[in-house]
Design a protein around this ligand. Structure first.
Ligand SMILES: [Fe+2]
Length: 194
């Protein structure tokens, strides 16, 4: 059971000043269906953060919320101390959407009481970038989402400040709730166990 709910994610979009971008992000969070996948997704509300972190129902909502909140705090600090030019709109949008395609990594079993792992790879970053490009999200945000995991097996070329902050927050939060935390509830069944 997650600590945050879907409405909490939507509230965070208020940090995106650009109205068009904010509306796009809200729309994608509410309708993340991607026809390029052959399988049916689980809902964002039911999706775990992954097989290794936030491994419970709603774990992805908690993870997206925490990564976005941490990133905002880091950005405010870096701006204040180093006078860095950080695009908060792009940062918040990237954080909220960076793992959105993880909904296709799982499928429901047993009347939605548990989920099974469909894809244990890191393709959610690659497919996330392509999906957001189709949705006409600004290119830099798409690149940040695509590069938050080095799926191309090459060095990240556009290591922007926004991407650095997302990578740091993502690492902190995934390590914080790695594996068996108090919230661990055997929600995910691997294909090996099934
Ligand atoms: Fe993540």
């Amino acid at each position: 059971m997650s600590l945050k709910i879907f409405k909490d994610l939507i509230k965070l979009t208020a940090h995106i000043k650009n109205k068009k971008l904010r509306a796009q992000v809200v729309n994608i969070l509410k309708n993340p269906q991607n026809n390029n996948y052959p399988n049916e997704p689980v809902s964002l509300e039911d999706c775990p953060g992954g097989p290794w972190h936030h491994t419970y129902r709603g774990g992805l909502v908690d993870h997206l919320f925490t990564v976005t909140t941490l990133s905002l705090e880091i950005a405010i600090t870096l701006k204040e101390i180093y006078n860095e030019d950080i695009n908060i709109d792009y940062l918040v949008a990237s954080c909220l959407l960076h793992d959105i395609m993880k909904i296709y990594d799982y499928a429901y079993i047993k009347g939605k009481n548990k989920v099974i792992v469909i894809d244990n790879t890191i393709r959610h970053a690659e497919f996330g970038e392509q999906f957001l490009l189709q949705k006409k999200i600004p290119l830099l945000i798409c690149k940040i989402v695509g590069q938050h995991i080095p799926w191309r097996g090459e060095d990240v070329i556009d290591m922007t400040f926004e991407l650095r902050i997302l990578l740091a927050s993502d690492k902190i939060d995934s390590n914080a709730l790695f594996r068996n935390t108090l919230l661990f509830d055997n929600y995910i069944i691997s294909s090996i166990d099934f």
